[in-house]
Design a protein around this ligand. Structure first.
Ligand code: DQA
Length: 147
């Protein structure tokens, strides 16, 4: 099982960026923790982070032939990128939308996700733990059909 973990804009600043909201763990620390899941289960993870919408779109397209699922934190693009939404709709592998913070408990503009209707599921507010839960969910979708 191969899973792409894709992070969008400003998530390269994890650990430095508003730590009261996003925590103190850096993106490389998070990726290293997730990588450890490879020894625990039969899963291969690869990672990408970009501040550029087009990179995220290209990686979503590429993952369709390279991966069995995508864990995606599209950052603020979540709230307004119809192009990312269309990229997700264009592929057949499941995408799980992850937000570190509870997007419903913050500014009203964060309540709307334009990608939510085209993803398999959504995790919000569980901190960086949400990424690991999303990997586990994609793994069981692939290996047990989600049951
Ligand atoms: C975020 C929530 C978004 O509203 C915000 O723009 C981010 C991070 C989260 O992980 O909580 O960049 O996706």
């Amino acid at each position: 099982t191969t899973i792409a973990v894709i992070n969008g804009p400003n998530l390269n600043r994890l650990g430095l960026r508003e730590p009261h909201i996003y925590g103190k763990k850096t993106l490389s620390g998070l990726e290293a923790s997730l990588k450890k899941m490879e020894s625990e289960m039969d899963v291969r993870l690869y990672f990408g982070q970009s501040n550029h919408e087009g990179d995220l779109i290209d990686w979503i397209h590429e993952a369709a032939s390279k991966a069995d699922g995508i864990v995606l934190n599209a950052g603020a693009f979540t709230h307004y990128s119809y192009a990312i939404r269309d990229a997700i709709a264009s592929i057949d592998i499941p995408v799980i939308e992850v937000h570190i913070s509870n997007v419903f408990a913050r500014e009203p503009f964060r309540e709307n996700s334009v990608i939510a209707p085209v993803v398999k599921g959504h995790i919000s507010g569980l901190g960086v733990e949400g990424y690991e839960l999303a990997v586990r969910a994609l793994y069981s979708l692939k290996n047990t059909g989600g049951n």
